[in-house]
Design a protein around this ligand. Structure first.
Ligand code: GDP
Length: 337
C-alpha cells in the first residue's frame, strides 16, 4: 500500500517538474543533494522516473555548456550576459553553479543569485547554486542528475559554472557538450606553465574584461593566447579553438562567443563527435554513480563498523599493516554484498 502511495507521489512530482514548476524542481534538487539515506532512496526513485520520462518523450535538444576560470575572472558576470543573450534567442536557461569554497561552510554559495541579478528575475531562467559535497570543484554524480532534472523541466541551455583551480576542469569538460574557459587579462605569460594542460580541455577560449582600464592588458593576453593557439591539441580533428575577447560588463563579444560555441557544436555534430561526447558523459556518470554506491555500501553495510573496529585494533596491535587492513576491509564487504 505504502509503495503505491510513494509511487503516486513521485509520479505527481515528476509531472509538475515536467510542467516547469520551479518549486518542484528546486525541491527535487534539494532531495538529490541530501546525504540522508532515507532521502537517497526517494531521490533514486525520483531520478529513475525522471530519466524514464526523458527517454520516452521527444524533447527539444539541450545544450550543456561548462564555464570555468579562476576566481574573479568574471564567470558570473559572463554567465549573466550570456544567459540574457540566450534568452533573447529563445532558449530557456538554467545555471548550475558549483563552488568548492562551499566545502568550508557546507552550504551553497549565496553570492551567485545576488550577482546574477538580472538573469535571476527572468521567467525563463533558473539559477541554482549547489554545495560541492566535499569533492574538489564540486562536480559529482549529483551534478549530472540535476542536469537531467533541469532538462525534464524544459531548460534547453544548461550552463555549469565551476571555479577553475587547475584540477577540476577535466571533470566539468567530461559532462558537457562544450567547455568555455575564461581567462584573466594578464594571464598570458603563464601559458607555457600549468595552464597548458587546462587549455586542452577548452573548446572555446575567452579573455574577459576587454574594456576600460583592463582593455590594453586584455588585448595583450588575447594576442599571447592566439600566438600559442596552434599548440593546443583539440580532440576534434581540424578544429581550431577560437579565442575571443569579451566584456561581460559592457556586453561586447557575447554574441560572438555564442556563435563560436554554436559553430563548434555544429562541426562536432556533423562528424559524430557530439554523439561520442554524450556517450562519454554517460560513461562518466555511470563511473561516478558506481563509486558513490560503492562508498555508500562501505559505510552502511551490516558489518561495516564492527569489521572496521576489529581491523583497526589488529593494526594497533601490529598484527596487520594498514594496507592489509584496508584491503581486507573492502574485500570482505565486497564479498558480503
Ligand atoms: P567570478 O568570481 O569569476 O564569478 O567573477 P565575477 O563575475 O564575480 O566578477 C569578479 C569581478 O570582476 C567583479 O568585480 C566584476 O564586476 C568584475 N568583472 C566581471 N566581468 C568584467 C568585465 O567584463 N569587465 C570589467 N571591467 N570587470 C568585470
Amino acid at each position: 500500500m505504502k509503495k503505491d502511495s510513494d509511487h503516486a507521489v513521485i509520479l505527481k512530482w515528476i509531472n509538475s517538474i515536467e510542467k516547469g514548476q520551479i518549486r518542484s524542481l528546486s525541491r527535487a534538487i534539494t532531495l538529490l543533494e541530501s546525504t540522508r539515506i532515507e532521502d537517497q532512496n526517494q531521490a533514486r526513485n525520483l531520478l529513475e522516473g525522471a530519466l524514464e520520462r526523458l527517454n520516452k518523450t521527444d524533447r527539444i535538444p539541450t545544450t550543456r555548456i561548462g564555464i570555468s576560470g579562476p576566481p574573479g575572472v568574471g564567470k558570473s558576470s559572463y554567465i549573466e550576459s550570456l544567459g540574457m543573450h540566450l534568452l533573447s534567442l529563445g532558449f530557456r536557461v538554467c545555471v548550475l553553479a558549483v563552488d568548492p569554497s562551499s566545502r568550508v561552510s557546507g552550504g551553497s554559495i549565496l553570492g551567485d543569485k545576488i550577482r546574477m541579478e538580472r538573469l535571476s528575475t527572468q521567467a525563463n531562467a533558473f539559477i541554482r547554486p549547489s554545495p560541492s559535497q566535499q569533492i574538489l570543484g564540486g562536480v559529482t554524480h549529483t551534478t549530472q542528475s540535476i542536469m537531467s532534472l533541469c532538462e525534464l523541466a524544459g531548460y534547453s541551455a544548461i550552463l555549469i559554472e565551476t571555479v577553475g583551480i587547475g584540477q577540476n576542469e577535466g571533470a566539468v569538460a567530461d559532462m558537457v557538450d562544450c567547455f568555455i574557459l575564461l581567462n584573466q587579462p594578464g594571464s598570458g605569460d603563464e601559458l607555457q606553465g600549468i595552464k597548458r594542460g587546462v587549455l586542452e580541455f577548452a573548446d572555446v577560449l575567452l579573455v574577459n574584461k576587454m574594456d576600460g582600464a583592463t582593455k590594453y592588458l586584455a588585448q595583450q593576453t588575447l594576442q599571447s593566447l592566439q600566438s600559442t593557439s596552434q599548440l593546443i591539441n583539440h580532440s576534434l580533428k581540424n578544429y581550431q579553438v577560437p579565442i575571443i575577447g569579451v566584456s561581460s560588463v559592457e556586453e561586447t563579444g557575447i554574441s560572438e562567443s555564442w556563435q563560436a560555441v554554436a559553430k563548434f557544436l555544429e562541426q562536432a555534430k556533423s562528424i559524430g563527435y557530439f554523439k561520442h561526447k554524450r556517450q562519454l558523459q554517460q560513461e562518466q556518470w555511470f563511473k561516478k554513480l558506481s563509486e558513490f554506491y560503492w562508498l555508500q555500501h562501505l559505510h552502511t553495510a551490516k558489518h561495516s563498523r564492527h569489521l572496521k573496529n576489529t581491523l583497526l585494533k589488529e593494526m594497533q596491535l601490529g598484527k596487520k599493516s594498514i594496507l592489509e587492513a584496508a584491503q581486507e576491509f573492502t574485500r570482505t564487504l565486497l564479498n558480503n554484498r
